[in-house]
Structure formats: C-alpha cells, structure tokens
Write a protein that binds this ligand. Structure first.
Ligand code: CP
Ligand code: NVA
Length: 313
C-alpha cells in the first residue's frame, strides 16, 4: 500500500444512508441541529479543502456545500465537466488519486453511482455523494432533519412518497429501514424504485403501492419529486402521461393526517408533480428543507473531514 503526505488514516465515505450507523445518524442530526441553532461555532475544516465534482446541474448542493465548507473554516472548489479533465475522459481512478493529494474531501454529483464508488475506492480522502442516478442521501438526511424540526422524532411516523421511484425514493427507502419509520410509496407501474434497495428493506415497514390516495392515508409527511430527473429530459412528455393522477394537490393532502407536512427536494415543477397551492401553501416546509441541506452537510463534513466526534447529546 502506498501512503502520502496529507492523509494517513483510512477514510470514511458517505455514499448512501447506511454508511453511518443508525446511532451515528441520530448523533449527526443532533450536530446539525447545533449548527442550525448556531450553538456550534468550531472551525474543524480550518486549512482544509473540499473538491466538488459536478457532472450535472445544481443550485442547492453546490451553494450549500460551498458555504458550509467556508463556515467550517475550509475552502470548496467547484469542478464542472466543462473545465476539468474528467469531462474529457480522464479516468475517475486517476482523478481520485490526484485530487486526494490536494484536498481533504471530495463531493461528487454524477450519473452512474459506480463512478462515485470508484472515486471512493481510488481516492484516499472521504467521498460524499451529492446525488447519483441511484441515490441522494444528503438530501434525504436533510429531509429527515426537517421532519424532526417540525414534528419531532421521525421514529414511528409515516412518510408517503408519491411519484417516480427515483434516486430520492431509493434513499427514502434506505432511511426508513435504517431509522425506523413507515414509508408508503405510490409509483406508477414501470417506475418502481431500485429492486436492491427494496430487497434490503424487506423487513422494514416499507410498502410499494400504486394508488397515491392509499399511500397518503395516515401519512405525517407527504413528499414527491420531479417526474423526469436530470438525464431523463427527453422522456418528459411520455412521463407526464405515465404520471397522470400522481400530482400532490390539495385533495391528496387532505387525505393525510391533520398537521402533515409537505416536502420536496427542489427544483419543483408546479402543476406537474405538485400543485402550486400545496408547495406554496401552509403545510409546505420546503424552504426549511432546503436550508437544512447546509446544516446536515456541515455536520457530515465536520465528522468525515474535520474529526468531529459523533456522540449523542
Ligand atoms: N435538491 C437538490 O439537490 O438541488 P440542486 O439540484 O439544486 O442541488
Ligand atoms: N430526482 C431529481 C432530484 C434533483 C435534486 C434528479 O435526479 O434530477
């Protein structure tokens, strides 16, 4: 094994929800909450750098990681495929080894999840998944943090996922099994979540349904996402037909529990997966949800890159 001058300890990655144990994940929420309340003011990333590889567009992920790293005393470096060699075919393996000589953590947003895994395998610094076609774990942790902020502990609660069985749905499935809440997914036939994620959650309270009305009945949280994810733009029209009847509108929200909250990872398409009066209505907490990306990712970076201990308060 080789070693080099910056990093000597084995690194931990955050590619999926299960990369932190359930206890660690709850401690991560406590840490993020201290960051949200500005009780935590340490600078564990002082002198450290995060590289951010973006093979897809982003508003929230880019800005929240960039600002978060800065607030923790570090720097963040935005790498788009237009500017860096990875966009011209430099192997992920080589990119991983080179970036590991400069930085203390790498965030990647890309298409194939295997590329994030390769980066983690060949890099010698922590790799954080900022969204792949398979999963979006930072977002779902931010979502659970938002549930905790508005409803308290998520354990024992019921979440309804309406629409596409996409990267977000997969991470919700993992979170339900891992953290102990009920998840009802309503996805049209042909748009099921990843079979491996469903199998891994076979013993959890996770149900895949077709009927959105059934899924939202008894739900404390209703959530959805775009019908065509990044990379599926050319399927937009055909998907609009397949997802007819899956819009989260006021009638659908009325079937959920009183006091239910609405979540959406954003960007949203009003009039498609969600009605404007739901996302802009009183049950929507999507702006807190977007803000929580900053707090949870700061907690993740502090732990993985800044040696912040994960202990329950
Ligand atoms: N929710 C989310 O990841 O947003 P961006 O695509 O803007 O980063
Ligand atoms: N499922 C969406 C989420 C965007 C944050 C996508 O992958 O485009």
């Amino acid at each position: 094994m080789h070693s080099h001058f910056i990093h000597t300890t084995p690194h931990r990655d955050f590619l999926n929800i299960g990369d932190f144990t359930p206890d660690e994940t709850f401690a991560l929420f406590d840490l993020a909450e201290r960051m949200r309340l500005q009780v935590y003011t340490a600078k564990p990333l002082a002198g450290k750098a995060l590289a951010m590889i973006f093979m897809k567009a982003s508003t929230r992920t880019r800005v929240s990681f960039e600002v978060g790293a800065t607030q923790l005393g570090g720097t963040a470096h935005f790498l788009s495929p237009r500017d860096v060699q990875i966009g011209r075919g430099e192997p992920v393996e080589d990119t991983a080894r080179v970036l590991s000589r400069y930085v203390h953590g790498i965030m990647i947003r890309t298409f194939a999840h295997a590329d994030a895994e390769t980066l983690a395998q060949y890099g010698s610094v922590p790799v954080i998944n900022g969204l792949t076609d398979l999963s979006h774990p930072c977002q779902v942790l931010a979502d659970v943090l938002t549930v905790r902020q508005h409803l308290g502990d998520i354990r024992g609660r019921t979440v309804a996922w309406i629409g596409d069985g996409n990267n977000m749905a997969n991470s919700w499935i993992e979170a339900a099994a891992h953290l102990g809440f009920a998840l009802r997914l309503a996805c049209p036939e042909g748009f099921d979540p990843d079979a491996k994620f469903l199998r891994a959650a076979a013993d959890a309270d996770v149900q895949l349904l077709r009927d959105p009305a059934e899924a939202v009945s008894g739900a404390d949280v209703v959530t959805t996402d775009v019908w065509a994810s990044m990379g599926q733009e050319e399927e937009q029209k055909q998907r609009e037909r397949s997802f007819a009847g899956y819009q989260v509108d006021r009638a659908m929200m009325a079937r959920a529990n009183g006091g239910a909250i609405f979540l959406h990872c954003l960007p949203a398409h009003r009039g498609e997966e969600v009605a404007a009066d739901v996302i802009d209505g009183p049950q929507s907490v999507v702006w807190d949800e977007a803000e929580n990306r900053l707090h949870i990712q700061k907690a993740i970076m502090a732990v993985l890159m800044g040696n912040e201990p994960l202990t329950a308060n």
